[in-house]
Design a protein around this ligand. Structure first.
Ligand code: G3P
Ligand code: CA
Length: 336
């Protein structure tokens, strides 16, 4: 009884805790992107309905400094921009969101992601490209947060948010500051400290430090770590996973978001999974570990199937959560 009263009190004081269950958390990667075109509001509403604990937003800026929810800096892979705005590409042939006003972006139709090299669907078994006329649009960050908070209220179940600031170095080189813009929006929507159901994430180490330092972000913060190489700002991922790197991350962030291969690997077909020591080392420093991305139609090399990937991550590596394109399937696993 005392426990019940305490829980009720905690929820009243910090409703965001509802988004942090005792089991590993399931982050809907770009929404329920295995079923609907990524980062559309229908994909976010669907992810909420499927029960995702957190719903991800990748964020870039428009020409008029509006934060919009879009994965790439450019529009070509998920919209009809080339047809609607001929002659607006940069010399590399791509149409950048930063070169278009929000009013212009609103004229674009969003469709299932295409492979720009082949022109074919990136994931052929997903939402049909021919259904592009469904009127899907690029949402602003404000529109998306409004939707999620409205669903939290109408369903009585709180889904958290997981915003990622995309390419801050690139934006700042062009005189823009997406982190500042995004933090202002998050504050307006009540995401301001660690009790809020929110993890802010970024691949760039300099920006993660800046968010915590100069920009004063008080909420939860995650350093993303690519599978190899460096991020656009020169962040050395190999260093980040070293003892010194992880300690530095733990001094400013609450967690890491590594590529799957930094946690689990299958060295050959039929071979058992190998689990790296990254989760153990990170958790010893107090860092949560949320790897990306679980896709049933794009499994890691030599991974036999989705149940094997789920078991490797949640039972063998014991991660604290994961990004998934199929939140219902991952939820079914972690709930078991
Ligand atoms: O942010 C976690 C995961 O989404 C990172 O990969 O490229 O899909 O943003 P990406
Ligand atoms: Ca992301």
């Amino acid at each position: 009884m005392r426990l019940l009263v305490l829980s009720a009190l905690l929820l009243a004081l910090a409703p965001g805790l509802l988004a942090q269950p005792a089991r590993p958390v399931v982050v809907a990667h770009r929404g329920s992107s295995g079923y609907l075109p990524e980062h559309t509001l229908v994909a976010k509403a669907h992810a909420h309905a499927l029960g995702a604990d957190f719903i991800e937003q990748d964020i870039v800026l428009t020409k008029d400094d509006v934060p919009v929810v879009l994965h790439d800096l450019y529009l070509d892979a998920v919209t009809d921009v080339a047809r609607r705005f001929p002659g607006r590409a940069r010399p590399d042939g791509r149409h950048y969101a930063l070169d278009f006003t929000l009013a212009e972006l609103r004229q674009l139709e969003v469709r299932e992601r295409a492979n720009l090299k082949t022109g074919e669907a990136q994931y052929p078994g997903r939402y049909p490209a021919a259904a592009a006329s469904a009127g899907l649009r690029i949402p602003t960050l404000e529109e998306e947060l409004t939707l999620i908070q409205a669903l939290n209220r109408s369903t009585g179940r709180i889904a958290g948010i997981y915003p990622e600031i995309k390419a801050p170095r690139w934006h700042r080189d062009q005189g823009r500051d997406p982190s500042r813009v995004v933090l202002a929006v998050l504050a307006r929507f009540g995401y301001a400290d660690r009790t809020a159901p929110c993890f802010l994430q970024c691949f760039e180490w300099e920006e993660v430090r800046r968010l915590r330092g100069e920009l004063g972000w008080k909420g939860r913060l995650v350093q993303l770590i690519g599978g190899s190489g460096q991020s656009a700002d020169g962040t050395d991922y190999g260093w980040l996973v070293s003892e010194a790197g992880l300690k530095a991350v733990a001094a400013v962030a609450d967690g890491i978001g590594p590529a799957l291969g930094r946690v689990v690997n299958w060295p050959a077909a039929g071979a058992p999974v190998q689990v790296t020591d990254l989760v153990t080392r990170a958790r010893a420093l107090g860092l949560a570990v949320h790897p990306y991305t679980i896709r049933r139609d794009d499994l890691p090399r030599h991974c036999p199937d989705l149940p094997a990937l789920h078991a490797a991550l949640f039972e063998k590596a014991r991660v604290d959560g994961a990004f998934t394109d199929f939140p219902d399937l991952t939820l079914a696993h972690v709930r078991r």
